[in-house]
Design a protein around this ligand. Structure first.
Ligand SMILES: [Zn+2]
Length: 280
């Protein structure tokens, strides 16, 4: 189609932020950090390469995802431990916090609860920022690698994509059937993954993760959580995923309990205040 005469003027309109965050409830990071200072390790879960593992975190406790042995990205799912229908909402989190998460950002839950499930309290990759390609770490723009897309694009039957790893881990943890568990698996937080959109074609890209052993991403659990983390078959995602080609490493999840009384005055966030009448 031919451009209209005022095409340049239309393109020149300045954007506005869709969801200004000045009224977004702020986490009390100072309180969380003070509580973390006296916290003790209560559980440690190793996620094997090309597999996933579940972990539980009580409200008010912390969990840390640690790079061990070599660069590796992880695909994270979170559920309300008491109600798996309340789960991490990647799209809304992206709308509120942007394409990549860092310290102070929250992982928001699905409707109708729509409340913070977890708050990032420490990110050793905060220094990375946005690189010259527009890439950054810990995105909420990807989905999770899955066998359906592989089948669509290449006709493959690959069983260790993050989608299947998360499905098996959740089924093992809860006793749900594979089909039931699969229905609970959702779009992820891509932990340590370095991604963006190409400037010319807008395509989703990935590149070698800057993560190194010892790096970690740590969260404060706002509600009782069931988590599942997959060590992606893409390894550091420098080349490909959805195959057994990439070099992969394990990931470690550590859970920490604060000292008694360290969170005095704090309570888990209530569910969203919308009345759900939908105009009727
Ligand atoms: Zn993956």
């Amino acid at each position: 189609m031919r451009e209209p005469a005022d095409a340049d003027a239309r393109r020149a309109v300045a954007p506005v932020i869709a969801y200004p965050d000045d009224t977004l409830p702020r986490p009390d990071l100072d309180l969380y950090r003070a509580a973390r200072a006296g916290a003790t390790l209560t559980a440690s879960v190793r996620v094997e390469p090309r597999e996933a593992a579940c972990f539980t975190v009580p409200a008010g406790h912390f969990f840390r995802i640690v790079s061990v042995e070599g660069p590796q990205v992880g695909d994270l799912n979170l559920w309300n431990r008491a109600d798996l229908s309340e789960r991490f909402y990647s799209g809304k989190t992206r709308a509120l916090h942007g394409t990549h998460l860092g310290t102070g950002a929250r992982m928001w839950s699905s409707f109708p609860a729509m409340r913070p499930m977890a708050t990032i309290v420490e990110d050793t990759l905060d220094w990375y920022g946005f690189d010259a390609y527009g890439g950054a770490v810990h995105d909420v723009i990807g989905t999770r690698c899955d066998p359906y897309t592989g089948n669509l694009l290449a006709g493959t039957q690959y069983h260790h994509c993050c989608h299947s790893n998360l499905t098996r881990a959740l089924a093992d943890e809860t006793g749900l059937s594979l089909a039931e568990a699969e229905g609970c698996v959702h779009d992820v937080l891509n932990v340590f993954m370095c991604t963006g959109f190409t400037r010319d074609t807008g395509q989703y890209f990935m590149k070698a993760s800057p993560v190194r052993p010892g790096d970690h991403l740590e969260f404060f659990a706002e509600i009782d959580l069931l988590g599942a983390l997959s060590a992606c078959p893409g390894g550091d995602c420098s080349a490909e995923h959805s195959s057994d080609t990439a070099q992969c490493h394990p990931l470690l999840v550590e859970v920490y309990a604060p000292a008694q009384g360290a969170l005095a005055g704090w309570a888990p966030p209530p569910v969203n205040g919308y009345d759900r009448s939908h105009g009727r």
